[in-house]
Design a protein around this ligand. Structure first.
Ligand code: ADP
Ligand code: ADP
Ligand code: MG
Length: 652
């Protein structure tokens, strides 16, 4: 086994590899760009080397700099993770030329599978079923149109160098072919520097089922299938293993085909054979076709690890260091069912736009596997993939594992960025998905419903009001009576205003006892009690958690709702223009009173300091005048709207 390896990646996958290396007693070297100096993967590794600027082309794609870092730190091997340099045969050759081991397949195997057209030709030869279509070298557009006609519409145009769904176009009928071809070629040229395409029969009701394979250069085994049919724009959203409705016959046929594919190229390490499957009428031994091979560890590998109990990264390290396959096919079996959801910082209502932000709060449930590269306080930067984490659950049955995923999602707390949490949760509740009735069009068909952001209900708003009022003490806690909303031991109603999605909410809070409140919002009233750290709304126990982050406040219930404070100074922090009364804009403690009756003040003079929400706010005179009365004293706890200073009538 290696004494030390370098991980040429960042984020969750770098952390994932480091964790297994550590478990195996293998030393780890992280690499990082300017913006990743404080990243989680750097903190986890034994050593870390700075490799350049934030842009991937200047850091994580700099093979030469990364190889030098490995040599300088005495690492014997390089793990590429996924993405970046993981499927780059020139990098593999350079690693080997430097006397280091690449933890993955040979450059030759990567090349064999690098282009979809060549890979399909190779697979046909090896007796692996491929999607009917044209994958030859003639790229003449009239010729390609003719091929499409022969294959029969609908067809799919794919960039031969494609990946991540780029350079792919579905063509429903003949008249649309030329325009689709031109746009696929254009996108392929820009993304991959290679405009070549292939044409495939578009499989209707398609399911994406892939097989995890593992080779040692001569022999290979498979670790069963994963169903990745839940996709949005050809991108996987939730993956599971095993595939719903899979039979032993079809599994054996697909597994054997995948092992044949791996052996045909002398594959070493972890790889995935992706098949497109006709799901229109159950799974059949003649109803799956090779699409492509991913010659690396796949994002969704945790579901396979969950059902097989195999640590795929451990296998990678063992095989790369010269051991044979750690298990034979008959040693491998499926136990239970697993799901993985990809949690992203993205703005779902805005069309799934990638989002950025500093994660002011990040907390995951204990009972799911969490693969993440970020912690509370970390930034989701615009430079890299906005993935926050992968949540994986494993249960004895599909229904149990899916329920666990739903619960894990609703118990995940993220503040500081919008996320796709609500979208993922909606998916776990989707009837068709629950029934195992999946195909790659499922999300698209129900997108409008799935992408709907749930609106905070009045109970959630009532909790937000208490949060903004600072009334988060529980019954029985040694609470400060003053700050719990009491003045002279009498319940004094206070009105709290705050924003939800730009809408102003006014809540009237009457505190009945420490931790016991009545909250009225418009016509609706709720009794909210906090007991031993738990919120009860109208007598019912909830899982809701209320947390304040500067000017915003999150109520984590369901997938979490964000409320904003109204800038108190922007609103009546000073007496109204021409008004006589300076009132408290929010509840708080009077830290200082600067004026006495009879004092002359000019506009902008500081009259009092109110401490609220751990901040001091100065209340200023909004006009010139004379103080008629001081209605409060230093040290007073005041409610929102309480009159503090009265000015004499303005002279007209
Ligand atoms: P990429 O390299 O971008 O991952 P793939 O060839 O793996 O490209 O295809 C991506 C996705 O496109 C698949 O997961 C599947 O949803 C869809 N797809 C690909 N080929 C077909 C096909 N022939 N018929 C229907 N859907 C397809
Ligand atoms: P969770 O749904 O996270 O397990 P609870 O166990 O407290 O939270 O949920 C209790 C009930 O409240 C459930 O029926 C749940 O569907 C419902 N609920 C969850 N989130 C909200 C919300 N934001 N507003 C109102 N009810 C909610
Ligand atoms: Mg693919």
């Amino acid at each position: 086994m290696f004494a030390k390896i370098l991980i040429a990646n960042r984020g969750e996958i770098a952390c994932r590899v480091i964790e297994t290396a550590r478990k195996m007693g293998v030393g780890t070297v992280a690499v990082y760009s300017d913006v990743d100096a404080g990243a989680r993967h750097v903190a986890l590794a034994d050593q870390a080397v700075h490799i350049g600027a934030a842009a991937p082309a200047e850091s994580y794609l700099r093979g030469d700099v990364i190889i030098q870092a490995a040599l300088d730190t005495g690492a014997e091997a390089i793990h590429p993770g996924y993405g970046f340099l993981s499927e780059n045969p020139e990098f593999v050759e350079a690693v080997e030329a430097a006397g280091l081991v690449f933890i993955g397949p040979s450059a030759k195997a990567i090349r064999a599978m690098g282009l979809k057209d060549a890979a399909k030709a190779l697979m046909e030869e090896a007796g692996v079923p491929v999607v009917p279509g044209y994958h030859g070298s003639n790229q003449d557009s009239a010729y390609l149109a003719e091929q499409a006609e022969q294959i029969g519409y609908p067809v799919l145009i794919k960039a031969v160098a494609g990946g991540g769904g780029k350079g792919m176009r579905l063509v429903e009928k003949e008249g649309e072919f030329d325009a689709a071809l031109a746009s696929a070629q254009g996108e392929a040229k820009t993304a991959f520097g290679n405009a070549d395409v292939l044409i495939e029969k578009y499989i209707t009701s398609p399911r994406h089922i892939e097989v995890q394979v593992f080779g040692d250069g001569t022999d290979a085994v498979h670790l069963f299938e994963r169903d990745c049919s839940l996709q949005r724009r050809h991108q996987k959203v939730i993956e599971e293993a095993p595939a719903p409705g899979m039979t032993e016959d079809v599994r054996a046929a697909m597994g054997n085909a995948a092992v044949r594919a791996a052996k045909a190229i002398g594959y070493a390490g972890a790889g995935t054979i992706e098949f497109i499957v006709d799901g229109s009428d159950g799974l059949r031994t003649d109803g799956f076709w090779f699409m492509e091979m991913n010659t690396r560890l796949q994002v969704e590998h945790p579901v396979t690890e969950a059902i097989t109990g195999v640590d795929l990264v451990e296998w990678q390290l063992r095989v790369a260091s010269g051991e044979g396959l750690p298990a034979s096919q008959s040693d491998l079996a499926i136990k239970g069912h697993a799901f993985e959801a990809r949690l992203y910082a993205e703005d779902v209502p805005a069309g799934f736009l990638p989002a950025t932000g500093t994660l002011s709060h990040l907390e995951f449930p204990q009972d799911a596997r969490i693969d993440t590269g970020v912690r509370t306080g970390d930034e989701i930067s615009p430079w890299y993939d906005p993935m926050i984490a992968k949540l994986t659950t494993h249960g004895p049955t599909r229904a149990v594992a899916l329920k666990q995923l739903e619960q894990a999602l609703t118990r995940t707390e993220v503040a500081g960025s919008v996320t796709n949490l609500a979208f993922l949760t909606s998916l776990t509740r989707h009837e068709g998905f629950r029934a195992g009735d999946v195909d790659t069009g499922l999300i698209g068909r129900d997108l409008e419903h799935l992408a709907e952001e749930p609106v905070a209900c009045s109970r959630t708003r009532a909790l937000a009001a208490l949060g903004f009022a600072g009334l988060t003490e529980a019954v029985g806690e040694a609470a400060d009576i003053e700050s719990a909303g009491f003045t002279l031991w009498e319940p004094v109603p206070q009105t709290i205003t705050f924003l939800y999605n730009g809408e102003e909410i006014a809540a009237r809070i009457t505190t009945l006892a420490v931790g016991e409140h009545r909250v009225e919002i418009g016509e609706i009233a709720h009794d909210v009690t906090r007991r031993a750290g738990i919120w009860f709304v109208d007598g019912a126990k909830t899982r809701a958690r209320v947390r304040r982050f500067g000017e915003s406040l999150s109520v984590f219930w369901g997938n979490g709702y964000v409320f904003e404070a109204i800038d108190p100074l922007a609103r009546g922090g000073a007496a109204e223009e021409g008004g006589n009364i300076v009132a408290a804009p929010m509840p708080g403690l009077l830290k200082a009173v600067f004026v006495k009756p009879g004092a002359k003040v000019t506009e902008g003079d500081r009259l009092v300091i109110l401490e609220a929400m751990k901040m001091e706010h100065s209340l200023l005179a909004s006009r010139d005048g004379v103080v008629a009365d001081v209605l409060c004293g230093e040290g007073d706890q005041v409610v929102a709207g309480a009159p503090l200073i009265q000015l004499e009538e303005a002279e007209v």
